[in-house]
Design a protein around this ligand. Structure first.
Ligand code: KG4
Ligand code: ZN
Length: 351
């Protein structure tokens, strides 16, 4: 089914790659040369945190069940059948993510597509994070004109990637994590500190009351010439420090552990991103992904960017953790680039 040839596209976006069901209705216009514009008409997210919390992580089949339950509810909340007349196309995350979860979104999109005769565009979840700097509020629009070359850091629960973007269509991968992603390390260290899932926001909160220099944790791979990361060793050294105490951490020690761990993560991310930007003569730093909702990281990167005369872009808080709006952006970009992702779950799709 061809997409209507109109200046403005109204997009229904669906995200189900992990433990958030996200739907959004977004108006998009503009092209690759003049930078696209996005207007968020409505966005809804149903978080499954409470469901997965007792298991300390996301259980794929529970996620699938919850998405199946939430999708029709969120669709009604967003506008239901009444809004479908204005929709130009549906876009849905095809990967990366948990395949049983991805399929629920894809199947739901296909049912809607058939029922309302709407074309479907597959979207890459990581491109959703990456392109979120185009959303209103990430930075004044005038700054976009001189954004490239840009150094993009995507930090989520499943990925930690550094990309060098030449323009909206072209980038190279400079580095990535060799083991755990930054968000995954937050979640695992949170468990060591008896904090509930997801650990990122919990550690951030606890760390605010702690001393970031109380415990000297390693900065894995910081001084290696490449732009890769490794966070598994850092998590292990938190584990060993606690084990060596031969007693449980006291409530007054925990904030120092959280703050010192966070300091190590933020230090490595910031220093490596800035070095990659400088070595590649980037004009800006783009931060995205669930961990980008961490204010300590946002402030550290913003400060380092300013010091090094780099423009800094980060999506508004709610658009960092998984949501439908970022998928509308990824879907519109796929449409502009004429990129046709297969409409099937691709668990390890890359960016
Ligand atoms: O992008 P996202 O919502 O899902 C994936 O694509 O993986 O990222 C989720 C990750 C989780 O590991 C979560 O702990 C982390 O982002 N996260 C945070 C914060 N909020 C979410 N990490 C650190 N500080 C936060 N405030
Ligand atoms: Zn994500």
């Amino acid at each position: 089914m061809p997409i209507r040839n109109t200046q403005k596209k109204t997009i229904l976006a669906i995200e189900t790659s992990c433990d958030e069901t996200g739907l959004a209705l977004v108006e998009a216009s503009g092209d690759l040369k003049s930078f696209p514009n996005f207007k968020i008409r409505k966005a809804v997210v149903a978080s499954q945190i409470k469901i997965h919390e007792p298991f300390g992580g996301v259980v794929p089949n529970l996620a699938k069940r919850e998405h199946l339950k939430n999708l029709p509810i969120l669709f009604e909340e967003l506008g239901g059948e009444k809004m479908m007349g204005s929709v130009d196309f549906i876009t849905v995350t095809v990967g990366p993510g948990l395949e049983p979860a991805l399929w629920t979104g894809i199947n739901f999109a296909e049912e809607l597509g058939k029922k309302f005769k709407k074309p479907i565009v597959g979207a890459n979840h990581l491109e959703g994070h990456l392109y979120s700097f185009l959303l209103p509020g990430s930075r004044p629009k005038s700054a976009l004109k001189t954004v490239f070359p840009a150094l993009a850091l995507i930090v989520s629960g499943g990925h930690t990637v550094l990309l060098l973007m030449k323009d909206l269509k072209t980038w190279t991968r400079l580095g990535e994590t060799r083991d755990d992603a930054a968000g995954e390390a937050y979640d695992k260290v949170a468990r060591l500190l008896d904090l509930p899932y997801p650990g990122g926001p919990q550690i951030e909160k606890l760390a605010a009351a702690g001393n970031p220099n109380a415990i000297e944790f390693p900065r894995p791979m910081l001084y290696e010439k490449n732009f890769d990361f490794s966070f598994s060793g850092l998590k292990t050294s938190v584990l060993y420090r606690i084990r060596d105490l031969k007693r449980p951490l006291t409530a007054s020690e925990k904030p120092d552990y959280a703050a010192s761990f966070q300091e190590a993560v933020v230090d490595v991310l910031t220093q490596k991103a800035v070095r990659a930007a400088k070595e590649n003569k980037a004009k800006s730093l783009l931060l995205s992904g669930g961990v980008a909702s961490n204010n300590y990281l946002r402030n550290a990167l913003r400060g380092a960017a300013e010091k090094n005369k780099l423009k800094f872009f980060v999506p508004e808080l709610e658009y960092n953790t998984d949501n439908g709006v970022m998928i509308a952006v990824a879907g519109y970009m796929a449409f502009l680039k004429k990129k046709k992702y297969l409409l099937k779950a691709q668990g390890s799709l890359e960016v």
